[in-house]
Design a protein around this ligand. Sequence first.
Ligand code: FAQ
Length: 311
Amino acid sequence: MDKFEQAFQNKLDNEEKIEPKDWMPEKYRKTLIRQISQHAHSEIVGMLPEGNWITRAPSMRRKIGLLAKVQDEAGHGLYLYSAAETLGIDRAELFDQLHSGIAKYSSIFNYPTISWSDIGAIGWLVDGAAIMNQVMLTRASYGPYARAMVRICKEESFHQRQGYEMMVSLANGTEEQKEMAQDSLNRWWWPSLMMFGPSNAESTHSAQSMAWKIKRKSNDDLRQQFVDVTVPQAEYLGLKIPDDKLKWNEERGHYDFGEINWDEFWEVVKGNGPCNKERLETRVKAHENGAWVREAAMAYSEKLNTAVNHK
Ligand code: FAQ
């Protein structure tokens, strides 16, 4: 181990953050760019399923809540792209990777939002799963990522609350509303469990990422934690989780649950989910339509720089 590697390892051992100007192994840098950019893309693509319902929110109050949530996701994308840029990659290159279909983003956002109650289910389950995973990332070894996650987690907690509150209203509403809530739970439950990634045995990056203290918990541990927290919430709503194998296991102190359909997961990850094509097309179009804004902003900043330099 040379002195640079030793200094890097010492920082990890002492729970000190690695900062952008510190020496770091090339693979650590690449792993972070991969994970942080996938995460950023997920936030941005994640605006689409919910954005679909802004114009059809059932009341002013619901519309304001949803608008704020979708705007928060855009903000999360921006913090995360900025964190990725500190590792020496350009944002334009990250966008290229997304738009050309090379970069991954979370599988969950390739499912359609077909009813208003899906918006409640996303807040409750998808944001719930996101927080479960991201709280550990506030302790990630890379400083800019960990710091971005602190604010993101606070906002995601609020999103989870607003989603659950919607589910409470629907579950206590008319028979039709309760059916809608149950239908959303049926469709979003398994994809939410898939968000945590492949099982520990199939996870290619976990061991190294945990040694580098980027990830602090395994995919399966986080998934189990999510199930344990969410089952009582479903019970409170009077809704049934669509899993016949779900059962409290006294010995383990955890819920046992059924097998995830991993074929479906990998198909979605490969680009063959119900909405993959539509999501990418929408992002590419939004990027193209926004070209004039980027050009105008650059022109203004160049003008400003020239003025400052001439002073
Ligand atoms: N979807 O070896 P591992 C949100 C890929 S929350 C697609 O276990 P790793 C908030 C993985 O990239 C959602 N691909 O990988 C929101 C790898 O492929 P690669 C985003 C997946 O990185 C809420 C391969 O499988 N959250 O956006 C998925 O150690 C509501 C092998 O997997 C984050 O990104 C998946 N679900 O662990 C927004 C959190 N899972 O790269 C709007 C940060 C795995 O070799 C509305 N990320 N893959 O080609 C992480 O914590 C990790 O990256 C994991 C995966 C846990 C997702």
